[in-house]
Design a protein. Structure first.
Length: 375
C-alpha cells in the first residue's frame, strides 16, 4: 500500500517543503518529516520511502538520516527506494507479551547532508542538484500510518555553515559527508526545547555574499527555498538565525541595515512570529548585533542572545556542542523565550506537584503574552 505525502498523519517540517496532492519536495538539508506506524510488526515488517531526485549528479547524492523511537540515527546515500526496518537485535516492545505482540513505532526522517560542491540553487544556468521529491511511503496492506500528536511549537533555524552542520561529524573540508544538520546548533537547540525544528543553511553565505554550490546570500535564502519557490513562515512560531560569520568584510553600518531589512520584512508579514538571533560563535559582528538588539529593544518579538565561544577553533563538532555550546545556548534561549530563571522553574515544578490543577507556562496562543527578557 502506498501512502501519499498529503496524508494528514505525516508531519512535514514547516518552511522547508512544498507539498501538493501527489508529492512533497524539498531543496536543502534540514528538511524532515515524521510519522508513527505499526508496519514493523505487520505483514512484511518494513517501510519503503519512494523518492525522485531529478537533478542529482552521480557521486553527489544527498544523505538521508532516520531513527526509530528516538534511538540511534542510521543514514545512507539516497536512492529512489529507501527501505527502513528495525535494526538487528532491536525488538523494542514488539515481542513483549504485555503489548500483545504489537507495538507502534515513531519514525523521524531528515535530509541530513547535501553536497557543497554541486549546484544548490537553480539559477545562473545551474539546476539544483539537491531537489528531493517524496512520492509515497509503502507499507504492508495490513499496516497503518497513525496519528502523532506534535509539539505545539515550531522553529525554523536559518544561517550558514553552522546551521548546515558543516564539519560536525568529521574533518573539515575533507568531504561533504562530514556535514550533519541533525548535529547543528539549530537542530540541537530545537529538540532540546521540545520543539518541532528544521534548518536551512548554506555554507559560506551571509548578508553580503552567497555560499558554496552557487547558493545565494541570506537576503535571498531566508525568503526562498530555491529560485522562485517562496518560503512560507505562516506555521512557524520561532524563526532563529545565526548570521554574520562570513560577513567579516561587510561594514557594521551595512550589516545593521541588512539585518534590519530582514527583521522589518518578517515582522510585517508574520507579526505573531518570534525572531531569535544568535551571535556567530566566533564573535563576528558582535557589536553590530548589539546595535540591532538596541534598535528593536521595544519589540518583544525580536530577541538577541549572545553566543560567543572563545575556546572554539574552526567549525564546531558535535563534541563541542555537547561540551559547552549547547548547555549555554539552551539556558539563554529558555530564559529569553519563556522569561524564566531557576527560581521560577522550581516554583512552577513544586506547584505542579502539589496541585491538582494544570499549570502552563504559555498562553493558549503560543508566546502572545510573553514579556521577553534579554540576556
Amino acid at each position: 500500500m502506498n501512502i501519499s505525502p498529503n496524508n494528514q498523519n505525516i508531519y512535514f517540517s514547516k518552511g522547508t517543503w512544498e507539498i501538493d496532492d501527489f508529492r512533497a519536495t524539498c531543496y536543502n538539508s534540514g528538511a524532515n518529516f515524521n510519522f508513527t506506524t505499526d508496519a514493523f510488526k505487520k505483514g512484511n515488517k518494513s517501510i519503503i520511502l519512494n523518492f525522485e531526485m531529478p537533478n542529482v549528479v552521480e557521486g553527489y547524492t544527498p544523505i538521508l538520516a532516520w531513527r526509530i523511537n528516538g534511538l540511534i540515527w542510521e543514514y545512507a546515500h539516497m536512492s529512489e527506494q529507501m527501505t527502513i526496518t528495525l535494526p538487528q537485535g532491536v525488538n523494542d516492545a514488539t515481542e513483549d507479551p504485555v503489548m500483545n505482540g504489537i507495538a507502534n513505532h515513531y519514525i523521524e526522517v531528515w535530509v541530513r547532508t547535501i553536497s557543497i560542491n554541486k549546484p544548490r540553487w537553480s539559477w545562473n544556468g545551474n539546476i539544483n542538484n539537491n531537489v528531493i521529491i517524496l512520492k509515497s511511503i509503502t507499507i504492508d496492506d495490513s499496516a497503518s500510518i497513525l496519528e502523532t500528536i506534535q509539539p505545539e511549537t515550531t522553529m525554523l533555524c536559518i544561517g550558514a555553515s553552522f546551521t548546515e552542520g558543516y564539519g560536525t561529524v568529521g574533518i573539515e573540508h575533507s568531504d561533504f559527508k562530514a556535514n550533519d544538520t541533525t548535529c547543528s546548533w539549530g537542530a540541537l537547540l530545537g529538540t532540546s526545547l521540545g520543539f518541532n525544528v528544521a534548518t536551512s543553511g548554506y555554507a559560506g553565505s551571509g548578508f553580503s555574499k552567497g555560499g558554496s554550490g552557487d547558493s545565494p546570500s541570506v537576503r535571498i535564502s531566508y525568503k526562498y527555498m530555491d529560485a522562485d519557490i517562496p518560503r512560507d513562515f505562516k506555521d512557524i512560531d520561532i524563526a532563529a538565525f545565526n548570521i554574520g560569520s562570513n560577513d567579516g568584510d561587510m561594514s557594521s553600518e551595512n550589516f545593521i541595515a541588512a539585518a534590519s531589512e530582514m527583521i522589518d520584512d518578517l515582522r510585517t508579514r508574520y507579526p505573531d512570529m518570534i525572531l531569535l538571533f544568535t551571535t556567530p560563535f566566533w564573535g563576528t559582528h558582535q557589536s553590530s548585533w548589539l546595535a540591532v538588539s538596541e534598535k528593536y529593544a521595544d519589540d518583544a518579538k525580536v530577541i538577541y542572545i549572545e553566543t560567543i565561544y572563545p575556546q572554539l577553533v574552526g567549525h564546531p563538532t558535535i563534541s563541542n556542542y555537547r561540551q559547552y555550546i549547547l548547555p549555554d545556548l539552551v539556558k539563554k534561549a529558555k530564559k529569553s523565550l519563556f522569561c524564566l530563571n531557576n527560581d521560577a522553574v522550581n516554583t512552577v515544578y513544586i506547584n505542579q506537584k502539589n496541585s491538582s490543577e494544570s499549570i502552563t507556562l504559555k498562553p493558549s496562543n503560543p508566546f502572545e503574552a510573553l514579556k521577553i527578557k534579554r540576556i
